[in-house]
Design a protein around this ligand. Structure first.
Ligand code: GLC
Length: 415
């Protein structure tokens, strides 16, 4: 009898193993994001023993990740099954992604911040589900601002420069302001914030390239000056991505940092950070246009169109799980990545752990999108090239903007 039981149990187990579907998912690894995802996937697989999810870690640089996706998707591969997609990609990758418009209710998309759903909608079809949203924010050292008599974080870029100069003149081994100046997607995000706060833009509503304006040149000149004239930023920012800026700030080597919300979890972790508890978050300063601007970022989950029906069904369950209220809250608390579901912002636990997410909700919702077009990658590459050339003094801001505008016009015209 006992033998029979063991045999039947083994049979059941092997049947489960046999019918187990394996799907793959790409993932990034800034801050605590990858560890948090592994925890979430363990939970998902325990609740769904018939699904195995294997993670494909990706480079943190959005630009490098994009280029890998082009290779995978263009070759018609059925993997990765689930793709973590930057908000700027759905238009370009839509032809390779499963149309999930009919699953709108299953994913409860009416509970999401409308702008984030819009990022995943291409020609009326939903091809990606918003996972977390991002906006550029200013991190500052509360303790140092207090010490030097500054009651509030800077409201304008000029104020930021003055505060940074005052503090770094007295404090040893301290930079004023770190940000993302390497030649990759993050540079475009930072540039857009300066540009819009100076009153400029890249492409107007009619589709014309308007980047080469007085405001545009002044914005780029201001960025160059941060490194070579006002000298509040180290020359090394021209090689910094998000994680380099975070590590410098978290080591106590900078007064101000521009970054995304994810950095909050680690800069405040006493095991990781020299400045835990000494950090404040504010909207980025305003420029001469009298307004401040935060670039809209964030990541979505899309499903590979070439996956099998069984894999797609498993992928939908996974996407639903990861974007559910509980998992968004878990991710917000442990990886400090902003929820896309509106109600999560009302959760008292979120307010306790990441108060800035709740306090700056309006700013997150109104962040500035980058140009929405299937040609975005080419536009971004062109911008990166000229902005970086100016930041490394290969060209002047004036010439960089002229050349950038000419090339962008060609890209848009398809030449
Ligand atoms: C963040 C943003 C993403 C952006 C990237 C640039 O990951 O969420 O939208 O493109 O940073 O580095």
């Amino acid at each position: 009898m006992k033998k029979l039981l063991v045999v039947s149990l083994l049979l059941v187990l092997s049947l489960v193993a046999f019918s187990r579907v394996t799907i793959t998912m790409t993932a990034g690894a800034v801050g605590t994001e990858l560890n948090v995802l592994y925890e979430q996937l363990d939970k998902f697989m325990r609740a769904n023993p018939d699904i195995k999810v294997s993670v494909m870690p990706m480079p943190n640089s959005s630009t490098e990740r994009h280029d890998l996706y082009v290779t995978y998707l263009a070759s018609g591969e059925k993997e990765p099954t689930v793709l973590m997609l930057d908000v700027i990609w759905p238009a370009e990758f839509a032809p390779y992604l499963e149309d999930v418009t009919a699953d709108k209710d299953y994913f409860e998309l009416d509970k999401f911040i409308p702008g984030t759903v819009k990022s995943g909608t291409v020609n009326g079809k939903i091809v990606a589900v918003p996972w977390f949203t991002d906006a550029g924010i200013l991190y500052y050292r509360k303790d140092l601002l207090d010490k030097y008599g500054f009651k509030n974080p800077p409201k304008t870029w000029d104020e930021l420069v003055k505060m940074a100069q005052t503090i770094t003149a007295k404090e040893k081994n301290m930079y004023g302001f770190v940000w993302q100046g390497a030649r990759y997607e993050g540079l475009v995000c930072d540039f857009m914030e300066f540009l819009i706060s100076f009153g400029g833009d890249v492409i107007d509503d009619a589709g014309n390239v308007v980047v080469n304006s007085k405001a545009g040149v002044n914005a780029l000149q201001f960025m160059v000056d941060l490194i070579y004239k006002t000298k509040v930023s180290p020359q090394a920012v021209t090689t910094y991505m998000e994680e380099e800026a975070r590590r410098t700030f978290q080591n106590g080597q900078a007064v101000f940092m521009r970054n995304w919300p994810y950095a909050w979890a680690l800069v405040n972790d006493p095991k990781e950070s020299k400045i835990a508890g000494k950090v404040g978050v504010a909207p980025l300063p305003a420029g001469p246009a009298g307004r401040s601007a935060a670039t809209l970022g964030g990541w979505m989950l899309g499903i590979n169109k070439n996956a099998t029906a069984e894999e797609k069904a498993a992928a939908k369950k996974l996407v639903k799980f990861l974007t559910s209220y509980d998992q968004q809250l878990y991710k917000a608390i442990n990886a400090s990545q902003n929820p896309t579901m509106m109600d999560v912002y009302k959760d008292p636990e979120l307010k306790k752990v990441a108060p800035f997410m709740v306090d700056l909700y309006g700013m997150f919702v109104n962040a500035e999108p980058r140009p929405r077009t299937a040609k975005y990658s080419e536009i971004s590459d062109t911008m990166q090239k000229y902005i970086h050339a100016a930041l490394t003094q290969q060209t002047t801001p004036q010439k960089a903007m002229e050349d950038m505008a000419k090339e962008l016009t060609k890209v848009l015209a398809g030449k």
